[in-house]
Design a protein around this ligand. Structure first.
Ligand SMILES: [Fe+2]
Length: 107
């Protein structure tokens, strides 16, 4: 994605990539929160708040790109990637551990 954002002449490709990222992100977060709600995960509120923050960052990438500011878009992608990895390694792993403790089987 960073390549799309910093290379002139591929704005359409970058816009398509961003649109796909936003759509996938929303579906993924909604599905994860639905699972948490269904299983009454006690950390749902905090986890959902983290998802909203991550989604806002993804929206910011699109806004920076749409405003013709590839460097701002690139910086936001770098920040988003770091937050996403931290989220997966922290909050998502915690949910998985809770599921194991509670004998919840996710399919
Ligand atoms: Fe998550």
């Amino acid at each position: 994605m960073e390549h799309h954002l910093v290379c002139e002449g591929d704005r359409e490709g970058a816009a398509d990539t961003l649109a796909q990222l936003l759509a996938f992100t929303k579906v993924h977060f909604d599905a994860e929160e639905l699972l948490m709600r269904h299983h009454r995960y006690p950390g749902l509120d905090g986890h959902a708040a983290a998802h909203r923050t991550l989604y806002a960052e993804a929206l910011a990438v699109g806004q920076a790109h749409g405003a013709g500011d590839p460097e701002a878009a690139r910086a936001t992608v770098v920040r988003l990637r770091r937050w996403l990895l931290e989220h997966i390694e922290g909050s998502d792993v915690a949910f998985d551990a809770w599921c194991r403790e509670q004998h919840v089987v996710l399919e």
